[in-house]
Unconditional design. Sequence first.
Lengths: 203, 203
Amino acid sequence: MKTPRTRIQKKNTEAILEAALDVFSAEGFKGATLDKIAKRAELSKPNLLYYFPSKEAIYVALLGHLMDTWMDPLKEMRDGGDPVEEIVAYVLRKLEMSRKFPRESRLFANEIVRGAPHIRDMIDGPLSELMAEKAALIRGWVKAGQIADVDGYHLIFSIWATTQHYADFDVQVRGLLRPKGDAHFSDAAKFLEGFYRRALRPN
Amino acid sequence: MKTPRTRIQKKNTEAILEAALDVFSAEGFKGATLDKIAKRAELSKPNLLYYFPSKEAIYVALLGHLMDTWMDPLKEMRDGGDPVEEIVAYVLRKLEMSRKFPRESRLFANEIVRGAPHIRDMIDGPLSELMAEKAALIRGWVKAGQIADVDGYHLIFSIWATTQHYADFDVQVRGLLRPKGDAHFSDAAKFLEGFYRRALRPN
DNA sequence: GCCCTGGTTGACCGATTGGTACAATTTTTC
DNA sequence: GAAAAATTGTACCAATCGGTCAACCAGGGC
């Protein structure tokens, strides 16, 4: 279903993708069933397969749409003002993504844990290039003495890990922070901001 | 299968759990099948169900055995020498676990992402208590001015996230670090050690 | 030899699943 | 408003999966 031609097509494909995101992110690819997706989208199962050729096609459509928005925050980390603030801003942007799009984060996590069978070429291609570019940017900052001596790749890994943790391991975080209720995202922001600022401060 | 009574029982239950760890960690609970586990354990499917009452029982047995060893490194973080070194040592211990037991880490990640349906009581119980204890320990270090002002819970979350990332997202890490080959765990150790040391240094 | 207990298996079953056939219906187009 | 195209639900199929069952085997003690 590449170019929706009618209003009803657009509405239904959107409903399907929305429902599929719900189900796939909660149950994984194998755990999700077309019946569950159909029910949540308020469509019949054959109707799903009228808009998408297969279960896998729905999944791939979701992942494809996701990858771009997932890489955007990193693209915005540029050479400009204070490098430390630039990186901290990226951390907070990424954490905000975890807060606003936890389902997308879990879908992505699921795919990677399973060996990324559907997006391997994305990782080896566009993501790899973006990563190399930003790692080089960080290397430049290090050489200029503007931030502490860190490896760009592992710094970015640590940012991904710490921020996505709040989406992917949400149940654990909430379970352990229960007395504190629901305000843990702003606590996390405060912690990460201070943490990265101290760790990156030159000298 | 609580207490293996014969030699052959012990051998087979171990073979089953080993094979199940392989399959469950790679494909998730739903994605794993008894046939795959049986084949990898070189046993017949009914034979599996002679030793374990159900697929879920195998899974639960794995998780139960895992939780303890997973919490051990944190237990060892005690009040003693330099708090910064104590925390850094914990980070490296945890990273070493990711290197040596990636399947266990992925199994755990899978369970949590899915909402931890089988180990929720473990999280709300023993893990919660351990976490509270260690968070209090960290709070003490902060109040004594021995480490920077950080929240204990979020510090521990960040350690879990950064270290487990190398096991759970192994495919992505390897894909992006490809030119560097396989030695990325020692690079990660160096990065994390410097990172946490700088971020935790008092003042 | 014989038995007995632990261990093993091929054949099978019911439930679920992804996907299809097709007729019925609605919407668009002229 | 009728023909054409797009959309939708009912019934169904083949494959797969977790689990069962009755029969069978191994080998040590008598």
